[in-house]
Design a protein around this ligand. Structure first.
Ligand SMILES: NC(=O)c1ccc[n+]([C@@H]2O[C@H](COP(=O)([O-])OP(=O)(O)OC[C@H]3O[C@@H](n4cnc5c(N)ncnc54)[C@H](O)[C@@H]3O)[C@@H](O)[C@H]2O)c1
Length: 382
């Protein structure tokens, strides 16, 4: 039973995702519990090395959380042979440069999605990692959420019979920033800074669909900018050049039709901020971030269409909850633990850079579909 420490270079920890999900809820939470448990009962303890542009912010963060090391010099951090893992949660537009540097330095790579801004860039990064022989992984957090884990359980159990279709609804109102401050960073709404709904969310939809239901074969999408002007963090107005909503139809292997609406200009009338309804011949399910409800074939009521009478059925009450039956950790932390165990065992991580490339392929195909007004095939690249 041997225990070990691993130093992890963490870039972008002053950002929303880097700080809250990756530093606080994953790495510090693992550290404070004494590390990840190894198969032989030993522990793999984590030691973050913070990297960023602002010395003040990093010093304050390090002080607040008892972190020994930070630097504003990423090259210095990468040159340190005693830190074998590089993590990246920078704005998307900075990703390619920093990942390539870290790969050249021989680090194992773990990165936020999207891995780059185009398929070409993604392929370059994935090939570089393969050539260097470095372990690599991309954040696929949605797969580790309780609701989607339960959905996966249903698929594995053969609950649905033949799966016919998927209806996904994602989104909420992101404030414009004039009346009320926006709850997301302004770069998300500027195409030139790596923003856009398709680039942001289709990477997620690709791995959710391919890991739970089947690979995407073709896509038809209409991406739009509903809100053309927004106000930034300083209260200055700016032109929103990126798409803030995308209405997509995806044809999956096996003939499953998935339709997903993604919007930052929609008000929520749902139980959760994202929900997927899956309909099959033997039963249906509605999965959110946390919950998952089912209605089987034999429990399916027989609604009769009659516009002359008000509805007297409460349709939502006709579904049953899928029980937890296990404890679910924070999704980001759960994937971090898996990545760290893969690193320790010297084996590949199942959600690698090529999965990130496939996400970008779907992004490119969807944007082409939106521009050309037609269905676009998604070629098998990896
Ligand atoms: N997995 C998810 O569910 C999820 C959710 C939101 C965002 N993301 C992804 O995480 C990444 C960060 O998003 P966020 O919402 O945390 O953004 P953010 O704006 O809050 O943070 C961005 C970070 O990048 C740094 N940065 C900005 N410009 C830089 C530059 N020119 N050079 C070096 N560093 C720079 C900032 O200092 C900050 O640390 C994005 O790629 C985004 O797509 C993932």
């Amino acid at each position: 039973m041997a225990s070990q420490n691993v130093r992890i270079i963490m870039n972008g920890v002053t950002g929303r995702m880097g700080y809250r999900q990756h530093l606080l809820r994953s790495i510090l939470s693992i550290r404070d519990e004494g590390g990840v448990e190894l198969p032989d009962g030993g522990r793999l303890q984590v030691e973050p090395v913070l990297v960023g542009r602002s010395a003040d912010k990093l010093a304050e963060l390090a002080d607040r959380h008892g972190i020994a090391e930070w630097t504003v010099d990423v090259d210095e951090a990468l040159a340190d042979q005693s830190a074998p893992i590089y993590f990246d949660a920078l704005v998307t537009s900075e990703r390619k440069k920093s990942l390539l540097k870290a790969i050249t330095a021989g680090k194992a790579i773990y990165t936020e999605k999207p891995i780059a801004q185009t398929v070409g860039e993604g392929v370059e990064i994935a090939r570089a990692a393969d050539a260097a022989g470095v372990l690599n992984g991309v954040v696929h957090d949605k797969l580790y959420l309780p609701g989607l884990l339960k959905l996966r359980r249903l698929v594995d159990a053969g609950y649905f019979g033949r799966i016919l279709s998927v209806r996904g609804e994602f989104g909420y109102w992101v404030f414009e920033g004039d009346l009320i401050a926006a709850q997301r960073p302004s770069w998300n709404y500027r195409a030139e800074d790596g923003g856009g709904m398709v680039l942001d969310m289709y990477c997620h939809w690709n791995y959710v669909l391919e890991n739970i239901l089947g690979r995407v074969r073709s896509v038809t999408t209409r991406a739009v900018t509903h809100i053309p002007q927004r106000w930034d963090e300083k209260g200055e107005p700016y032109e929103a050049t990126a798409d803030d909503a995308a209405y997509g139809i995806f044809e999956l292997e096996g003939g499953i039709i998935a339709q997903i609406n993604s919007s930052w200009a929609v008000r929520v009338h749902r139980d959760e901020l994202v929900e997927f309804q899956v309909d099959g011949t033997d039963g249906s399910a509605v999965a959110g971030l946390f919950g998952c409800k089912v209605q089987s074939r034999v429990q399916t009521p027989k609604p009769v269409w009659n516009p002359d009478l008000p509805t007297d059925e409460v349709f939502r009450d006709q579904w049953a909850d899928v029980p937890d039956n296990e404890e679910f950790a924070n999704g980001f932390r759960a994937q971090w633990e898996e990545f760290l165990l893969d690193w320790h065992a010297g084996r590949p991580h199942r959600h690698d850079l090529w999965s990130g490339v496939r996400g970008l392929q779907l992004v490119d195909a969807a944007l082409e579909s939106s521009q050309a007004g037609r269905t676009v095939d998604v070629a098998a690249i990896a």
